[in-house]
Design a protein around this ligand. Structure first.
Ligand code: NBP
Length: 479
């Protein structure tokens, strides 16, 4: 018996993907650096389907049909390189090495090029949905060559989540495209969670609504335009009571948010691409600030708030819902804009409608909204320059703007930090204002560094002789 695919790395994600593959009728060869995880999986879940137990990399490779498909599910970073180094000498041209971990897309680009030199395919696959998704159907974002996808794609599509019967798995693009898209997905996830947190804080600290009552509000919101997995689980977490103290669970959890790094990667990449992803950036910084526990404790005794008093409008809860919706839309718009910038930079033909389509189920940011986003990009001739410029979204966000402004102004008055609500609103205003103070920035740059500027009334690049007679000369922009 030979296996159609091998999985090496059988911690929670690898084990669940292996089980998912076996449950879908594939024979799966199992391998882990330490044999205990392999045996544990076989003992607990050996009945899920056909598995082949292997102890060494050579046994793993020998157990596979050709072209061989080996899925690496080890810790991202150096362990992936170490596994690749031990695999490559055992493989033959045409074999496919797949990395399903959260690898950085630049690592994936490097590995793809290195393996191509051995006539091996390297496929970086973004997998979202956590451990449950891996078992029951994740959202899958595969990169690598089209040829590799022809061999691997049907298997991945079969084990992926389905939205109205359609698989949440499509070939994304060459080399690191899959991991890039997964990274941006995670960036949007950070922003999505932060705007939910800001809404919670406003309802609690601003309107005094207790978590259990908020759980009902979020449940209600989940049946409208905000309908999404994250809103659904927010209601669950807010409705949970701590068994030990009888307090709301959210009150006994330390308010320092962790991060594994994909949000940070998104922001670093956005900076490198010159892509204004302020909502995602603020959400990453908000987690970082929350974790500066020592400084926060000191600041409580030193920094004055001078909060104002605000009479909340009767519509406050609805205002917060609209502000949340608008800010969330901006985060998606910024993430998608970043994908467009990356497609240009790396030569990827990213299909934004397909990417939105495979986030509709299986992944953490799954939301009703994504179906509309998919439709916004479906017709090539009508693709908007920015998601917010799609007629339906422009109208939806316009309807939210008055509430959004009220909420941000109220938050500022009350001293409640709403970094993503306010950064998103600033982005929205920055996009729509006919003039920005960037003109002054250009003037300053020209004065101190002769960086030159363009004029509103004609072609050409100019420099003013600030230190001389302030006459203007035409300049060749060398900066
Ligand atoms: P971990 O990221 O915790 O990695 C543990 C696995 O890596 C074990 O199988 C371990 O083998 C193996 N490993 C390590 Br550590 N160093 C190794 C080395 N030098 N050589 C060979 N094997 C090595 O596992 P995970 O949580 O299942 O995640 C796997 C990947 O999926 C990661 O990239 C993760 O970021 C990504 N991911 C995780 C989630 C999630 O919800 N957890 C979601 C989406 C993606 P051992 O058993 O011998 O120590």
């Amino acid at each position: 018996m030979s296996a159609q695919i091998g999985v090496t790395g059988l911690a929670v994600m690898g084990a669940n993907l292996a089980r998912n593959l076996a449950r879908n009728g594939y024979t799966v060869a199992l391998h882990n650096r330490s044999i205990e995880k392999t045996d544990y999986l076989l003992e607990k879940h050996g009945g899920d389907g056909e598995f082949i137990r292997t102890e060494t990399m050579q046994e793993l490779v020998d157990s596979l049909e050709k072209p061989r498909r080996v899925l690496i599910m080890v810790k991202a970073g150096a362990p992936v390189d170490s596994v690749i180094d031990s695999l490559v000498p055992l493989l033959e041209p045409g074999d496919i090495v797949i990395d399903g971990g959260n690898s950085h897309y630049e690592d994936t680009r490097r590995r793809e090029a290195a393996l191509a030199a051995h006539d091996l395919h390297f496929v970086g696959v973004g997998v979202s949905g956590g451990e449950e998704g891996a078992l029951l159907g994740p959202s899958i974002m595969p990169g690598g060559s089209r040829e590799a996808y022809d061999s691997l794609g049907p298997m991945l599509e079969k084990i992926s989540a389905k939205y109205n019967g359609e698989p949440c798995c499509r070939w994304i693009g060459t080399d690191g495209a899959g991991h890039f898209v997964k990274m941006v997905h995670n960036g949007i996830e950070y922003a999505d969670m932060q705007v939910i947190g800001e809404a919670f804080d406003l309802l609690r600290s601003g309107a005094g609504i207790e978590p259990a009552d908020q759980a009902k509000i979020f449940t209600d919101w989940n049946s409208g335009t905000l309908s999404s997995f994250l809103i659904e689980i927010t209601a669950e977490v807010l409705g949970h009571t701590d068994a030990r103290t009888g307090k709301p669970f959210v009150d006994v959890v330390v308010d320092a948010a962790g991060q594994k790094g994909t949000g940070r990667w998104t922001v670093v990449s956005a900076l490198a691409l010159g892509s204004p992803t302020s909502g995602i950036a603020e959400s990453v910084f908000a987690r970082a600030l929350s974790s500066q526990t020592e400084q926060r404790v000191l600041a409580q005794g030193i920094l004055q708030g001078h909060e104002g008093t605000v009479e909340l409008p009767e519509t406050f809860v609805e205002d917060v819902r609209l502000a949340l919706y608008a800010s969330k839309l901006v985060s998606y718009a910024q993430g998608i804009d970043m994908l467009t910038a990356a497609a240009k930079e790396y030569g990827w033909d990213l299909r934004l409608d397909e990417i939105a389509s495979l986030w509709r189920a299986g992944c953490i940011i799954r939301a009703e909204l994504l179906d509309d986003i998919m439709k916004a990009y479906a017709v090539a001739e009508e693709r908007p320059a920015n998601l917010l410029l799609t007629p339906a979204f422009a109208e939806a966000i316009a309807g939210a703007v008055p509430a959004w402004r009220r909420v941000v102004a109220t938050a500022v008055q009350l001293g409640i930090p709403v970094p993503v609500f306010s950064a998103s609103l600033a982005y929205y205003d920055g996009l729509r204002r006919p003039r920005l103070p960037a003109a002054l920035t250009q003037g300053l740059r020209d004065l101190f560094g002769a960086h030159t500027y363009n004029r509103v009334d004609g072609e050409g690049t100019f420099h003013t002789l600030w230190g001389e007679d302030r006459s203007e000369i035409e300049a060749v922009d060398t900066h």
